[in-house]
Design a protein around this ligand. Structure first.
Ligand code: LLP
Length: 386
């Protein structure tokens, strides 16, 4: 046991083989979400006293059952488009708009105006919007998203800080933004930074809080500091669980140093990635020039993460144990692109055959919501385990 790093619990789906095979029999590909796991992650964050406000980044998984579950646990919701805002209020008609954040990127002016009309908290990350659309922002209360000049994340495509990233107000423009806001009688009540997704160092967020607190002080009207989302989950067999205790200890320390602000977080992946699996059927098993391939009825159309980010997802045959021996397979989908590969050289039962049910693990975040109908494949179904 490595000292100080938490051990991983066995995944929930190991105890749910029967119900999962039943759901797969009703038609694949299907995403299945395990709500007790969502509740478990929610409660882990609720137990951290240093955090004052928790928002779920619904882009990770806006399934109504997941939104209802997290809302019932007291989470607020973070949205990035008018579509997401409308979805929240259609799903939860009585949800308090004060518990909703709107953090768009390069959104049209009309979306900011619609968000103000809904009464949600609007975050802005550039000075041009204030300058070009003064009547939209005059007299409003705003949050400001800052680019602290660096970013982090599991892949270059999800780093959201630094000069190469389109997100956030650069530090050099901070004084200008504050002056423009004052000129419009707009009040900056929150300061925000989200520098990337899948960040593995627990100290990242306390450093962000400390830096933002300096800016918050100089504005004078800031009540909330939002240190973003970006918490990782252990996708690979050799990955350790994120050290939530170390994360919480860092937040407690920094909160004690700057106690006058409410501390907000907005995780997406951490809340839902491990609750979701993608169930598929094997279509064909083919050997070509020394490489054995297992073909699934789900590919990059159903789950884009492996193709887009070289992301790793565990792949397991639910229909057989490896008792009769295992072999290495490339696991591919039915899409007409060479990048349509879920995993290369994966160990699966050697007897894996057409009709077997294959589970793709940790697919609850950025899975179904990023699926598409490329090649005119149907979208996957979604299902829930209570
Ligand atoms: N807040 C803001 C402003 C964000 O842009 C994001 C994610 C989050 C919170 C939540 O980040 P999380 O806790 O999930 O890391 N499709 C990619 C991830 C894209 C993340 C986009 N922004 C993936 O599958 O890895």
């Amino acid at each position: 046991i490595e000292h100080g790093r938490p051990q991983r619990a066995a995944p929930w789906w190991q105890g749910e083989r029967g119900r999962l095979l039943e759901r797969a029999a009703a038609g694949t590909p299907v995403y299945v979400y395990h709500l007790p796991t969502v509740r478990d992650r929610a409660r882990a964050l609720l137990d951290i006293d240093a955090i004052d406000r928790r928002y779920f980044a619904i882009k990770a998984n806006p399934h109504p059952a997941i939104l209802r579950t997290l809302a019932a646990e007291g989470f607020g919701l973070e949205c990035v488009s008018l579509g997401e805002l409308e979805h929240v209020f259609a799903t939860l008609p009585d949800f308090d708009p004060a518990r909703v954040l709107f953090t768009p990127s390069f959104a049209p002016r009309a979306e900011y105006e619609a968000a103000f009309a809904l009464g949600v908290t609007v975050t802005l990350d550039n000075v041009e919007a204030l300058r070009n659309w003064p009547e939209t922002f005059r007299g409003r209360t705003l949050w400001l998203r800052i680019d602290l000049g660096r970013g982090d994340g599991h892949h270059a495509k999800v780093v959201t800080g630094g000069a190469a990233s389109k997100f956030g107000l650069p530090l050099a423009a901070f004084d200008d933004f504050v002056a423009q806001a004052r000129a419009l009688d707009a009040r900056i009540s929150g300061i925000h930074a989200h520098l990337g997704s899948g960040i593995s160092t627990p100290a990242h967020w306390r450093e962000v809080y400390a830096e933002l607190a300096g800016f918050a002080d100089s504005v004078g009207t800031v009540e909330t500091i939002d240190i973003g989302g970006g918490l990782p989950i252990p996708y690979k067999p050799e990955s350790r669980a994120f050290d939530l205790a170390a994360w919480a200890a860092g937040l407690a320390e920094i909160k004690a140093a700057y106690p006058r602000f409410a501390l907000a977080v907005e995780p997406g992946r951490y809340m839902v990635a491990e609750c979701g699996v993608l169930l598929t059927h094997v279509t064909q098993v083919v050997e070509k020039q020394g490489i054995r391939r297992v073909g699934l009825d789900a590919g990059m159309n159903a789950l884009m993460r492996p193709t887009l980010y070289d992301a790793y997802h565990g792949i397991h045959n639910l229909s057989r144990t490896g008792g009769e021996g295992e072999a290495a397979f490339d696991v591919v989908g039915p899409i007409c692109e060479s990048g349509d590969v879920f995993g290369a050289g994966r160990m699966l039962p050697a007897a894996t055959a057409e009709g077997d049910v294959v589970l793709v693990a940790d697919a609850g975040a950025y899975g179904f919501v990023m699926a598409n109908r490329y090649n005119l494949r149907e979208l996957p179904r979604e299902d829930v385990l209570e």
